[in-house]
Design a protein around this ligand. Structure first.
Ligand SMILES: [Zn+2]
Length: 303
């Protein structure tokens, strides 16, 4: 049915369904990266084998060490209030957080290729879920995007943090790159960066870690609910809805699809939970395989 609708409409419909089924009163989604698996890359087998090859992105980090794939980040600071003009030191802290998670899981490192700083109302208007349709998001990305599919463009913006508004970021999926190369990238709230304050809480940088999972081809663990192919990963248990804020960090205590194997993987990085609930390196083997497959195929990385 979703194929009959333009992407914007289908995405919003899906979000409404997710919000309604989650039982979280007045909640808006934490992340705008939602799409039925039927529109994306099919399921990936966790046993898929990767042969290390030489690659332009790969380089040795030291004598005798295995070459590491280095992923360039084009960072775009878009602000219209002083606080949103985040320092290079804060950006470095956020990138070190990405390095920590993705070096232990995918064996990659990130490198800041360049930082642009743009004072514009885009900081607060280029926020919608529908980056392919929304004119402000489209204008911003078409103006600022740089590099090819192997470069991750990151836009730090100023999302509203009023109570009840939970949207913190969204990413394009790698499957969209060939159709819309200039629109590829991640937009997220600068207040989620390490040391920044959001809704009275000091952030630890997990929003960009989560969004990078989408940029490498992952979907939310709860996509598809208890039916069908879910998130296209074989070892993430089916999950009816995001865990959200309901009761702290209920690891091992939620089974939203009781007729299917496994309890909800509450502390998985692709779930919605409070930032301290995400376990270190919280991806499954199947998610790591899917990220390797899709970022090889669509971004040209090698592992
Ligand atoms: Zn997400």
């Amino acid at each position: 049915m979703f194929r009959l609708f333009p992407p914007l409409v289908s995405m919003l419909l899906l979000l409404l369904v997710v919000a309604a089924s989650s039982g979280i009163a007045n909640a808006t989604p934490w992340c705008g990266s939602e799409r039925p698996l039927a529109q994306l890359h099919p399921r990936v087998d966790a046993s898929e084998h990767f042969t290390p090859r030489h690659h332009a992105h790969a380089r040795a980090r030291g004598q005798g060490e295995k070459p590491t794939t280095v992923v360039p980040i084009a960072w775009h600071v878009v602000y219209n209030k002083k606080a949103g003009n985040v320092s290079s030191a804060t950006i470095q802290k956020q990138v070190r957080k990405l390095d920590d998670v993705y070096s232990k899981t995918l064996g990659i490192k990130f490198e800041i290729a360049n930082i642009t700083r743009t004072r514009s109302d885009w900081a607060q208007t280029a926020l919608t879920l529908s980056y392919l349709k929304d004119s402000a998001s489209r204008q911003m990305r078409e103006a600022l995007h740089t590099g090819g599919p192997g470069t991750i463009n990151v836009y730090s913006l100023d999302f509203p943090d009023a109570r009840g508004i939970e949207l913190k970021g969204y990413s394009s999926f790698p499957e969209d790159i060939s159709r819309s190369p200039k629109l590829d990238g991640i937009s997220f709230d600068y207040k989620t960066m390490p040391g920044q304050i959001r809704n009275g809480t000091t952030s630890i940088g997990m929003t960009l870690v989560h969004e990078m999972g989408h940029a490498f081809g992952l979907q939310h663990t709860f996509v598809g609910g208890c039916d069908g192919e879910g998130d296209g990963v074989e070892d993430t248990p089916a999950q009816q809805f995001p865990t959200g804020y309901t009761s702290g960090c209920p690891v091992g205590q939620v089974d939203s699809c009781p007729n299917l194997p496994g309890k909800d993987d509450v502390s998985n990085i692709m779930n919605y939970v409070p930032q301290h609930c995400y376990r270190p390196y919280g991806f499954t083997k199947g998610q790591i395989a899917r990220m390797k497959t899709l970022s090889s195929e669509y971004r040209g990385f090698t592992f």
